[in-house]
Design a protein around this ligand. Structure first.
Ligand code: AMP
Length: 284
């Protein structure tokens, strides 16, 4: 694996390969890699001539300065895992390299409704930051395929919307959420959980499963409110438990029993914010 830190270096390296490489798969990450990230690399490797992974903790997508400062960094281990997975190129830029004109006047993306709900509501500016960094990375790497995790369901929808107008030839591939043996969604932020909270954290997944197993057509408010109350009683500070249309992400208070839906949770344990979701496919 080649490690490149400069925009000009990766651009010239990739442009020299255009005759021999017909498909570049790209996996953007913020590092502290785990098997969830690696599943994206593995998938990209089976579908492309070359796989580029980026590790960049993007300051513009953190609405909370403390969260940014405390974001885990495990670069030696990350390099080891990427080498082992067969990644071709690791792009490891600095903030100045990514944003040479500073971060104050970056482009604003018209994301509409999707930015006003769920993480868009609870993390103001977060999705603008996500779009800014991915837009810049796409401009540098010019991949054919972009690999994203379903774990960040709303982010996938946001990036789909951003890319549809700015990069219409890009294929976006959404990969399933990888979980720990107890069901907790793998996340770099899990590293920040103290042991007691790590044990508690699985309750997010159990709540999603409970809703999936108990959901019925009709009013959804009781199910949502009970889930919030149960997580709160266990020590979580809940941002939301929501049930949404899986295509539009419209929040649902009522379900017709047919529309494909997604259940989404965001909750804190001692300042560590965890998110997860489960899709319910259309019922027969
Ligand atoms: P991050 O480093 O958290 O920005 O994540 C980089 C990419 O990995 C995003 O597309 C995430 O959705 C994806 N990802 C993170 N956790 C998981 C997981 N548990 N399973 C699958 N993909 C994941």
């Amino acid at each position: 694996m080649i490690i490149l830190k400069k925009v000009n270096d990766i651009k010239s390296y990739l442009s020299a390969l255009t005759k021999t490489v017909s498909s570049i798969g790209f996996v953007p990450t913020m590092g502290a890699l785990h098997s969830g990230h690696i599943s994206l690399i593995t998938k990209a490797k089976t579908e492309n001539d070359l796989v580029v992974c980026s590790i960049f903790v993007n300051p513009t997508q953190f609405n909370d300065a403390k969260d940014f400062e405390k974001y885990p960094v495990t670069i030696e281990q990350d390099i080891y895992l990427l080498e082992k997975a067969g990644c071709s190129i690791l792009f490891l830029p600095t903030v100045d390299e990514m944003y040479p004109n500073g971060i104050e006047n970056l482009a604003h993306f018209d994301l509409g409704f999707i930015e006003t709900i769920l993480d868009g509501k609870y993390r103001p500016g977060h999705f603008q930051g996500v779009c800014q960094v991915v837009y810049r990375l796409l401009e540098i790497i010019s991949p054919h395929k972009l690999y994203l995790g379903q774990k960040d369901f709303q982010q996938c929808m946001v990036l789909n919307k951003m890319a549809a107008t700015t990069y219409p030839t890009l294929q976006i591939i959404i990969c399933p959420t990888q979980r720990e043996p107890d069901g907790l969604a793998m996340s770099s932020r899990n590293l920040r959980l103290v042991p007691e909270d790590r044990l508690l954290a699985v309750n997010i997944f159990l709540t999603l499963q409970f809703i999936k197993n108990n959901i019925k057509p009709g009013d959804l408010n009781n199910l949502k409110q009970n889930a919030i109350a149960s997580l709160t009683a266990k020590g979580f500070k809940v941002d939301y438990v929501e049930i949404c249309n899986a295509d539009s992400l419209q929040l649902l208070n009522d379900w017709n029993g047919k529309t494909g839906i997604v259940i989404l949770v965001a909750a804190f344990l001692n300042g560590v914010r965890l998110i997860d979701n489960l899709l319910i496919k259309e019922k027969e």
